[in-house]
Design a binder for this molecule. Sequence first.
Ligand SMILES: *Cc1c(COP(=O)(O)O)cnc(C)c1O
Length: 394
Amino acid sequence: MENKIQFRDLNRQYEAIKDKIDTGIQEVIANADFISGGKVKELEEKLADYAGVKHCITCANGTDAITIALKAMGLSGSDAAFVPDFTFFSSGECPASLGLPTYFVDVRKDTYNMDPDALVEAIECVRSEGTHRPGVLIAVDLFGQPAEHDRLKEICKRYGMYLLEDGAQGLGGRIGHRMACSFGDIATTSFFPAKPLGCYGDGGAIFTDCDEWAELCRSLAVHGKDMGNPDDPDAKYNNVRLGFNSRLDTLQAAVLLAKLDAFKDSELDAVNRVAKWYGEILSDSELVLPTVKPDYYSSWAQYTVQLPECVDRDGVQKKMKEAGIPAMVYYRKPMHKQRAFANTASAIADCPVTERLCETVLCLPIHPYLRREEAERVCDKLLEACESSARIIG
Ligand SMILES: *Cc1c(COP(=O)(O)O)cnc(C)c1O
């Protein structure tokens, strides 16, 4: 029987690095240092070094990471947040939850990342209304490819805004030699199991070069504790601001330490090889394939194609599923159409690219352990399903 293809094959990954993961977990249990144990600190140092930033502060998940970062930036209700219309819910949920007026901005059709021209338009529009001032850009490294940070940063500088890089899907990506999670004034990531670097539960991290923000984030992640004097035995009983209970478990840190080595040493190369196979096999098809900009490197959180509009996507997905091939739709709905934002956030202009992507995108199985013959099987089934799911137009 043919192997079942997994959307992300965490079992194969575990088989490959089982000894290291098991040993790490056993050590944590033997030492019973489940909360803020030695491995958390070790992981933070390694991640900061990997991303090329001064500080890494781990926390409970990628959503908390964004919320904590926004709080550390000291933004208030008159500071507008700009967020891509095509992204995971959290990117907009966090600023809107903190009461920031949140505006959604259209993305590019080829890279799926925020369109800098649309951003400028949105900022100008908010400025001309005069009720809010531009406060922060949440730039998402969607599907593993860094956003256009050089241009985005320049725009942020021009308008006096902070840049928060939502690198939940971006870790491992690069622009030239500069690593994802180093581009924002603060950057965040997620270790949800399906992300490029995932743990065995929830986890997240915050990255920054700023000493003051790093200390604030550390405090916010542990109930706003006093970071003033680490030698003061009473300091940990002093809460100087309202925060969260948002720590990364030591067990998850142990898993991540084992996985980080494989991630750096082989998995990023391997997943890029799979993306290359897909590109080769599908090059003559009518599908729109994902574009990686010159000098950019993706960690391929997703491999997302666009189906021709005449194809019934639900039909394709169903036929692939019947053939044992999972394909997913990220994302089905523009952010500005989510009911949760009905009274808190808006798109300034239409976001026609996002609207269209939401109708046509399909994400194929991709992970470092996918084999060439499996990639071929995915493509065969996909093309076959597209052909038989073409709607009659007329
Ligand atoms: C997954 C994700 C998040 C949230 O991360 P969690 O760890 O699930 O809270 C935020 N932003 C983006 C773009 C994501 O993909």
